[in-house]
Design a protein around this ligand. Structure first.
Ligand code: S3P
Length: 161
């Protein structure tokens, strides 16, 4: 059994759906950000502050290269699909599901967040531009596109399962 990767923009529900999927399918669940934070002993904002965004992106790629648990569900960080190398690793080592949301839903979920440096430093229109820029990259990485608008977490989880 391969890995299951969940990709999508910040606030698209990757972690919430990953946890539910993990319970439903009885597969271990890992949140990339959480694993990286545990490995470094730092929060994501601290990593961005200390090593810069590029440093964090390197950590994401290292995670994808080195993470060994074969049978698991991984909620990736929203920027993972930006690197071609990352997209290729995910497609090669697992099944990739892109959780597609509307920017309107995303903004409602992330606008008040303090743990996401990209949100902290961006305006709403900058985030919307990033959302549109990344969309084709999520699609390139994904084997399956999952529509999340107007569907409950339970419905989305059952659909993926
Ligand atoms: C990021 C998304 C975050 C986290 C970091 C950068 C991004 O993950 O990896 O703040 O560039 O979109 P989530 O998608 O889980 O919020």
């Amino acid at each position: 059994m391969k890995k299951v990767y969940l990709v999508g923009f910040m606030g698209s529900g990757k972690s919430a759906i990953g946890k539910r999927l993990s319970n439903l399918l009885d597969m271990p669940f890992y949140d990339m950000d959480t694993v990286i934070a545990q490995q470094t002993g730092m929060t994501i904002p601290q990593i961005f502050e200390t090593y810069g965004e590029e440093g964090f992106r390197e950590m994401e790629t290292t995670f994808l290269h080195t993470f060994r648990d074969e049978y698991c569900i991984i909620a990736t960080g929203g920027g993972v699909a930006m690197r071609k190398e990352n997209r290729e690793i995910m497609r090669r080592t697992g099944l990739v599901f892109y959780l597609n949301s509307t920017f309107r839903d995303i903004w409602r979920r992330i606008s008040t967040d303090t743990n996401r440096p990209i949100v902290q430093r961006s305006t709403k229109s900058e985030l919307e531009a990033l959302f549109n820029k990344r969309k084709p990259l999520y699609l390139q990485s994904a084997h399956f596109k999952v529509e999340t608008a107007n569907r409950s977490l339970k419905e989305i989880t059952q659909y993926i399962a």
